[in-house]
Design a protein. Structure first.
Length: 115
């Protein structure tokens, strides 16, 4: 159905790279602007949840990210979602902060190409 090509899950060592290229099926082109807008809003929601130590909301958001990322061809969103879900389950604030920062970084530099 869709094919997405992304880089491996967020790793602070990769921060020096300038962009993140994602290849998306042409039939999803009309949906991607709204998808990305929603992902940017999601970063804010994740930050608020972390600030209030709402690990259940973080777990739910991470779980949703896992599903929606792959559905739209953004495998990296799904991978970061898994990291957030796992971090929320274990209550690891440091891992959550790093994952959320990585998510924001990814979204700020993602480049979408259609095939």
């Amino acid at each position: 159905m869709t094919r997405g090509t992304t880089r491996p899950p967020y790793n602070p060592e990769n921060m020096k790279e300038n962009s993140h290229k994602v290849v998306i099926a042409k039939d999803l082109e009309d949906l991607i602007p709204v998808f990305l807008k929603n992902r940017h809003k999601e970063v804010d929601t994740l930050r608020v949840a972390l600030a209030s130590a709402d690990f259940e909301q973080l777990r739910q958001l991470g779980h949703r990210m896992k599903g929606v990322g792959n559905s739209y061809g953004f495998e990296r969103v799904s991978a970061i979602g898994k990291q957030i879900e796992d971090g929320a389950r274990s209550g690891d604030r440091t891992a959550l902060e790093e994952s959320i920062a990585g998510y924001a970084d990814f979204l700020s530099r993602v480049e979408v190409a259609y095939e």
